[in-house]
Design a protein around this ligand. Structure first.
Ligand SMILES: [Zn+2]
Ligand SMILES: [Zn+2]
Length: 334
């Protein structure tokens, strides 16, 4: 019953273990309820002095809706010179970079699935502002935006927040995937992402949410159960080109997709990552930005570590059918 599938965008082989598990096996058993406010949380209103000074804010009548602050525990610092060192095989660059936290709401217990569409729209707008601002620093070569929610996603702070990191180098994985996409374009004249999207739209079996400008779906060779991609329908190499109406539509699509996970799997921890080229790469015909969502419902094992391959015990077709059938609470949920 098992099958090895190639993910032609990430270039990973995935062992699909047939029907070993059912979607219900991934439903979170232990219900967790958080309060709206926690006195000791550095991101809750009233505790603003516990974060470094803001670099960006969306105001409202109560003070703020969104704040962006430098990460107190930043892995890289903007205050040092970018310098390379080389000694034989030993190469290094000073730890220069930018690491910011985007506090998505004053409310401690929100998650993307239950935020209002307009709040998510503001979060996405903030991503765009900071994405452009970080690339304005000439020392920055690559910017990633990601969100960790819940303890098994790698965060210790439950308050809804995202992070944006500007790196002084382009990571190998990013280079390799871009090179592969370029190669595909050279051989076929197609963008591999547009082609993937068209194939998914014509078969429909792995689609979760299809809105005016975006499609969320579980990839044919998803690396883990319920691993989801959201692709923009309009070809663009960089998130920086997103327009106002597309931001609204992405907010709606992201909320709808996250609501499927929230109601279907009982609020699983998750990570999502925005994968994009630089603003200067927006026009490239082979690059196409997108969002990847990974609910933390399964653990990687030594097999993954040792082989660089993945094992996925839940067929993408089964997982997406399950999510399509999840009731997200009707109108009031939006
Ligand atoms: Zn909080
Ligand atoms: Zn494309």
């Amino acid at each position: 019953m098992s099958e090895l599938r190639l993910n032609s965008i990430t270039n990973d082989w995935v062992v699909m273990v047939g029907r070993e598990k059912s979607p219900q096996d991934y439903v979170i058993k232990e219900k967790r309820k958080l309060p709206e406010f926690i006195e000791s949380c550095p991101f809750c209103p009233g505790n603003e002095i516990h974060t470094p000074s803001e670099v960006y804010r969306i105001r409202d009548e109560n003070g703020w809706r969104i704040r962006v602050v430098p990460n107190k525990y930043a892995v890289l610092s903007p205050d040092i010179e970018k310098m390379r060192k080389e000694e034989g095989l030993k190469k290094s660059i000073t730890g220069v970079g930018i690491h910011e936290v985007i506090i998505e709401s004053p409310l401690h217990n929100l998650t993307t699935a239950i935020m209002s569409v307009s709040q998510i729209k503001d979060v996405l707008q903030t991503y765009k502002e900071r994405f452009l601002a970080l690339y304005n620093d000439r020392r920055i070569e690559h910017v990633i935006i990601f969100k960790n929610q819940g303890l098994s996603s790698g965060t210790t702070i439950q308050h809804p927040h995202s992070q944006i990191v500007g790196l002084p180098i382009v990571p190998l994985q990013i280079r390799e995937r871009a090179a592969k996409a370029m190669n595909f374009f050279d051989n076929t004249g197609d963008c591999i992402f547009c082609k993937t999207l068209n194939e998914e739209l014509s078969s429909c079996i792995r689609i979760i949410c299809n809105t005016e400008h975006f499609v969320s779906f579980i990839p044919y060779a998803s690396l883990s159960p319920f691993h989801i991609w959201i692709f923009p329908k309009r070809h663009s190499g960089s998130f920086s080109t997103i327009k106002e109406d597309e931001i609204w539509d992405l907010a709606f699509n992201l909320k709808s997709t996250m609501a499927k996970l929230y109601y279907g799997l009982e609020n699983p921890d998750f990570n999502y990552v925005l994968r994009s080229g630089k603003p200067a790469e927006a026009e490239l015909e082979y690059l196409h930005w997108y969002i990847s969502i990974v609910p933390r419902v399964a653990q990687a094992s030594g097999f993954e570590l040792g082989s660089g391959m993945y094992i996925n015990p839940l067929l993408p077709e089964v997982a997406s059918e399950f999510l399509r059938n999840v009731k997200t609470g009707g109108e009031h949920a939006f």
